[in-house]
Ligand binder design. Structure first.
Ligand code: PLP
Length: 282
């Protein structure tokens, strides 16, 4: 099941071709996106996702997203969905067509079923590897043109990292900076549990502030956990009570193996955190 709605409020056939071959999103990956989890017809963290879309647009000198138009396009997808209870709702906006600024940005909302592999990983956890991202934690602030922390359509490196994980017998990745600090996953935020405190690295080191991590931290605080945003290193992951990759579609997924080493069993911590996260949307 797939439903496609364009930003102008029109529904379209998701199996037909709609994007011009000279669209800059296609030619240069020049655009931005969000992926939102919808459960039982309710989008999770919709406001924070639209806020992040606006921040990504600002970082890339794209026009400010028209919130009402995005809400309408997302609403159209939800109204016309008759698939499963959960939807991965993508909002995609490109710079538009090369040499034709009058055409304006290309924008659409696309509802998709959740990948079965993701559902399985939510329940069973994943093996991950650490991979060097080749940046230092001060780079994002020193070099804003590198667009670190923007959710741009240029995910070629992120996908290559996941393929590298596959070659090494794992399915996900924790990126590290050149000084050894932990960054994020290619499509997720790293969260560590230790002694009833949750930790995640600060966004200013060049990573995306996660909407799922924010929801999890809110829920966990209500359930009596402390939460801290501070720099982490790989030994902190090995020494933790639990290591998790959080993102909209994968929710809070447990890492059971890191760089080939089995981590201590975090199933109980995971169950508790997953419940605290779900309680935010009950
Ligand atoms: N970091 C990166 C690079 C991502 O691509 C994503 C989501 O896809 C996240 C973090 C997690 O963000 P969210 O929890 O808002 O989905």
């Amino acid at each position: 099941m797939r439903v496609l709605a364009f930003l102008d409020g029109t529904l379209a056939d998701p199996d037909a071709a709609h994007i011009r071959v000279d669209d800059l999103g296609l030619l240069r990956g020049d655009g931005i996106f969000e992926t939102i989890l919808v459960v039982g017809g309710k989008p999770r963290e919709f406001g924070p996702h639209l806020d992040r879309l606006a921040r990504s647009a600002a970082k890339m000198d794209l026009p400010e997203p028209d919130r009402a138009a995005w809400e309408r396009a997302a609403g159209l997808v939800l109204e016309n969905w008759d698939g499963g209870d959960e939807i991965a709702l993508k909002l995609v906006c490109t710079r538009g067509v090369e040499g034709d600024p009058e055409a304006g940005p290309t924008g659409f909302a696309l509802g998709l079923e959740i990948d079965q592999k993701v559902i399985k990983a939510r329940a069973e956890g994943v093996a991950a590897i650490t991979l060097d991202r080749g940046i230092d934690p001060a780079l994002a602030e020193r070099a804003p043109w590198l667009l670190l922390g923007a959710k741009s359509l240029s995910y070629g490196i992120n996908m290559a990292a996941i393929r590298e994980a596959g070659r090494r017998g794992a399915s996900d990745v924790v990126f590290t900076a050149s000084d050894g600090s932990v960054l994020e996953g290619p499509t997720s935020t790293v969260v560590v549990a230790k002694d009833r405190t949750l930790y995640t690295p600060p966004a200013n080191i060049g990573i995306l502030p996660g909407t799922t991590q924010a929801g999890l931290f809110r829920g966990a605080e209500k359930a009596g956990w402390s939460v801290k945003v501070e720099s982490l290193r790989v030994p902190d992951l090995l020494d933790a009570d639990g290591v998790f990759l959080a993102s909209s579609v994968r929710k809070v997924t447990r890492v059971h193996t890191l760089d080939g080493t089995a981590l201590p069993d975090s199933s109980k911590v995971h169950a508790e955190l997953a419940a605290a996260y779900e309680a935010e949307y009950a």
